[in-house]
Design a protein around this ligand. Structure first.
Ligand SMILES: C[S@@+](CC[C@H](N)C(=O)[O-])C[C@H]1O[C@@H](n2cnc3c(N)ncnc32)[C@H](O)[C@@H]1O
Length: 273
């Protein structure tokens, strides 16, 4: 996350360690620590070779490799700027001017510039602004920066549960909820959906912008289809074919399918029993 004096991201200095949870790092140039099952990546605004070497000596962790790159390159070459979906304006924290959502995307998925996020946002906006759908509660599976969860709250949901298994994503999502004043409506939970998935029957809408393997697993669980509406994305052409085979067609039907470049999104609804 950005902390003073930093107001935007310029270069990222990344250190890939073999330790899943390195010792706590107290450094003014630290952006965050991305923990993975078999290692971690530490992100800084500046070169920290000496500090990392010291940390490795003290903790026994091993530096696998270090790299520095432009923030834009981390974001797939995309400059992160403001954009509008229907009448919802999203801006990064470093941009001035009016915005409905002000986001610090940090190094987490969910700046709003990936096609799958944008498709979800468009569909979320459409269904939340259709009064007949009456969406008061939303479950966001794989929340990343929290953008979709915050948007759901901005668009009127009173109860939003946002879940991610990446502790750094959860930290970033919580901070974004606080800075947008929706922390009383959005709860962020750090959970691995492969192990544990909240009961979707408690929500009007489930958004799942994930990846094919995890979507496939979730689609085969009865509990995934408990909400009235579902928005799913995170797949391209051939993956879509595979996922279609896993849908419980007797329980749900399609409301619509959208596509941006190669990325697809579906909106589905539960059949009346
Ligand atoms: C494609 S990103 C979507 C982020 C955001 N919702 C958006 O639309 O921009 C998928 C997110 O799912 C999270 N994720 C991946 N596997 C997960 C799992 N097993 N349990 C929970 N979250 C997971 C990732 O950490 C990542 O933040």
């Amino acid at each position: 996350m950005l902390k003073p004096p930093y107001q935007r991201y310029d270069r990222l200095y990344t250190y890939h360690l073999d330790a899943p949870s390195p010792p706590a790092i107290d450094d003014p140039d630290l952006i965050g620590v991305w923990a993975e099952a078999d290692g971690s990546v530490v992100f800084f605004h500046r070169c920290k070779e000496r500090l990392i070497n010291q940390l490795c000596r003290d903790s026994g962790a091993r530096l696998l490799y270090a790299a520095d790159l432009k923030y834009e390159d981390w974001e797939a070459g995309q400059e992160i700027t403001s954009f509008t979906v229907d009448n919802l304006r999203v801006a990064p924290v470093w941009e001035e001017g009016p915005a409905d959502i002000r986001l610090d995307p940090s190094v987490i998925f969910g700046s709003g510039f990936h096609h799958s996020t944008r498709l979800c946002l468009e569909m979320l906006s459409k269904y939340q602004q259709t009064p007949e759908t009456g969406i008061g509660s939303v479950l966001d599976l794989g929340c990343g920066t929290g953008l979709l969860a915050i948007a759901a709250a901005r668009l009127g949901a009173e109860k939003v549960l946002a879940v991610d298994n990446n502790p750094m994503a959860c930290q970033v999502a919580r901070a974004n909820c606080r800075s947008n004043g929706v922390e009383d409506k959005v709860e962020v939970r750090c959970l691995d959906l492969r192990q544990q998935c909240p009961d979707s029957g408690e929500f009007d809408l489930v958004i799942a912008n994930l990846y094919q393997g995890l979507l496939g697993e979730l689609f085969q669980r009865e509990s995934f289809w408990g909400s009235r509406l579902q928005i799913c994305s995170g797949f391209i052409g051939p993956m879509e074919e595979e996922l279609l085979k896993l849908l419980p067609h007797h329980r749900i039907h399609f409301l619509e399918r959208r596509q941006r470049q190669r990325w697809c999104a579906w909106a589905t609804t539960r059949r009346n029993r």
